[in-house]
Design a protein around this ligand. Structure first.
Ligand SMILES: [Zn+2]
Length: 429
């Protein structure tokens, strides 16, 4: 850590405060981009614009599966990567005094669900009660804006980081993590990384995260007119039988002896979710085919490969159930094949981030183990780069009426500015 004199500290915090309106402006621009899987181009363009606005030269970083295959952090993709390159920018100091830093965030969002259930349309950012509502506002466009505004605050104070700083905007955090992996591997190795993912209704850091495996089961039955129903095999009912086979498994994986200490006290940390179903063709025809998509959590101390083998075993066994007599069952793994990860905050970047947060906001940052995952695993498990994940108070991420607290977001911007200034040191801009 490089000490920051009181004048510089005050100037940086004042500059961060003067960027409040501009932060909201950029957050609105990003939330207006419906950057679901395959539709990230608009948000990535905004990120190029934002990096340029910071005086940096954005570069495009492609995700090339052929290059990543065989890397332990790689997950099988769902779609191709053409026209969806990640965006990064590299700040180089005049003289290097401190340590280098990655500020990373994802621009992809999960689908909005039932848009008619939102109080305001999901891609029209709206302020109510001190919060910005919109899909991706919390997860994690506010965090992305915060790290950019933290960089801008140093500049506005007449300073800049006295070490290399990488800004990274990546895709597919929500389904593979391949965007983050490709970007990390393409950039110089840094001394630490920060990802401002949101906290659960409060500002928070993440102390650990589960891993995730995505699997797809396709059942092909035998179609028939409903009047001859007994001669058919209903693929939708068959898929239900297979889904039911995961209930006991989920209970077993949540038994106390299977839970890592980092998750003690967390209710039901390993979750199996059936997230999608497609199937059938007509209400009066026995359904021919049904495909279900599931997400199975991976506890620390257990591996994604073990979970994959568990899924293979459970599906193979369910396929022999007499109710499935003669149905064909296909199992595929596409999407996450991601390990669980402990995120120690007893690291230099962890201690500095928490201290900076206290200085910037006057309160202590709370930590939680989370039952989802972030791109941090790439830095920690595969990059040998300590990573601190902390961010603003968000609510209903992946749900209806997602939002982020505006004051909270500004607090994170202030924290990031102080962290960057003391991690990297500062020089005149
Ligand atoms: Zn996220």
């Amino acid at each position: 850590m490089i000490p920051l004199d009181a004048g510089a500290r005050r100037a940086i915090l004042e500059a961060a405060d003067s960027l409040r309106e501009e932060s909201l402006d950029w957050l609105f621009r990003l939330v207006r981009c419906p950057s679901t899987l395959g539709n990230e181009a608009g948000a990535l363009k905004e990120m190029e614009r934002l990096y340029r606005h910071l005086g940096l030269a954005p570069q495009r970083i492609p995700t090339v599966p052929e290059k990543l295959e065989g890397h332990p952090g790689f997950s099988p993709p769902l779609i191709g990567y053409e026209g969806r390159d990640n965006v990064a920018a590299l700040h180089r100091p005049k003289v290097t005094k401190g340590r280098s830093l990655v500020l990373q965030g994802h621009v992809d969002v999960v689908p909005e669900g039932a848009a008619d259930m939102w109080e305001s349309p999901p891609y029209e950012p709206t302020i109510r009660g001190g919060r910005v509502y919109g899909r991706g506002a919390g997860d994690m466009k506010a965090g992305v804006v915060s790290y950019c505004m933290a960089f801008a605050a140093l500049k506005r104070a007449g300073l800049q980081p006295a070490a290399e700083v990488q800004l990274q905007a990546v895709i597919e955090e929500e389904c593979t993590g391949n965007g983050a992996l490709a970007t990390m591997l393409a950039m110089p190795k840094a001394d630490a990384a920060i990802i401002p993912e949101p906290g659960p209704g409060v500002d928070a850091y993440y102390s650990a995260e589960v891993g995730v495996v995505w699997a797809w089961v396709t059942v092909s039955g035998r179609p028939a007119h409903v009047r001859d129903m007994q001669s058919g095999i209903n693929a939708i009912e068959a898929a239900n039988v297979i889904a039911g086979a995961f209930k006991d498994y989920e209970a077993e994986r949540n038994r106390a002896e299977n839970i890592h200490a980092a998750f003690h006290g967390v209710n039901h940390p390993v979750n199996v979710n059936f997230g999608t179903i497609q199937g059938g063709e007509w209400n009066s025809s026995v359904a021919t085919r049904c495909r279900i998509g599931m997400r199975v959590g991976v506890m620390l101390g257990y591996s994604a490969r073990q979970v994959r083998e568990d899924i293979e075993r459970l599906v193979a066994k369910a396929a022999t159930d007499e109710r499935l007599r003669g149905a064909q069952v296909k199992l595929e793994f596409k999407g996450f094949m991601a390990e669980a990860c402990e995120l120690s905050v007893e690291t230099d970047i962890g201690r500095l981030s928490r201290r900076s947060y206290s200085e910037a906001t006057g309160t202590e940052l709370r930590g939680f183990p989370i039952l989802g995952l972030t791109d941090a695993r790439h830095f920690v498990l595969h990059g040998d780069i300590p990573c601190m994940v902390f961010g603003p108070d968000a609510q209903e991420i992946h749900g209806i009426d997602e939002s982020v607290g505006i004051e909270s977001m500004h607090g994170i911007t202030r924290s990031l500015a102080l962290t960057m200034a003391q991690w990297c040191g500062v020089e005149s801009a």
